[in-house]
Ligand binder design. Structure first.
Ligand code: ZN
Length: 173
């Protein structure tokens, strides 16, 4: 998709309701260089109401599926989600964000919602995401268990020597 379509020309909007639809795909997630989500398929509807006094209310609705690593086996898994969020915007001298109110530089009049859309998706994902029971990759689970087992025994070996023993060893020398 063309990311420029997520740059909303507020000045060009008519008073009242303006509706937009976007379909985000893997190219979107690559383009935002997303840390948590690297691919997915998401439908976004955005309703913007412009008042006579140039105040903007943006209602986002996003739903779809993103690919995230499973917390248990670390393999990719599909995480479905649905979320609605609201932003408000007005014109000002320069760009700033305060809570859910965005001030857009009036001489440009453009509000880029690319990153907002991404944040809303990530906020709506459950903190813990795991495969359905039995759907984890068994080989990965086994490898991870073995790995954590070796880690523990290495820690045992690194335990500091009892200071009394250390004193005795010195005496021997
Ligand atoms: Zn899993």
């Amino acid at each position: 998709m063309d990311l420029d379509t997520l740059k909303i020309d507020l000045k060009g909007l008519k008073e009242g309701l303006n509706s937009f639809e976007f379909d985000l795909d893997d190219a979107y997630f690559k383009a935002v260089n997303a840390p948590e989500v690297s691919c997915g398929s998401v439908h976004v509807s955005l309703d913007i109401v412009r008042t006579e006094s140039d105040y903007f209310t943006l209602d986002f609705h996003e739903e779809g599926t993103v690919i995230v690593p499973c917390d248990l086996c670390l393999e990719d898994m599909e995480q479905p989600f649905e979320t609605s969020q609201r932003l408000e915007a007005k014109f000002g001298i320069e760009y700033s964000e305060e809570d859910d109110l965005v001030t857009v530089a009036e001489n440009e009049g453009i509000l880029d919602v690319t990153w907002f859309v991404y944040e809303f998706i990530v906020l709506s994902l459950p903190i813990k995401h795991v495969h359905a029971p039995g759907k984890c990759n068994p080989a990965m689970i086994k490898a991870l268990e073995e790995h954590s087992a070796t880690r523990i025994s290495e820690e045992d070996e690194r335990k500091p020597i009892d200071p009394r023993w250390e004193a005795l060893l010195k005496l021997k020398k």
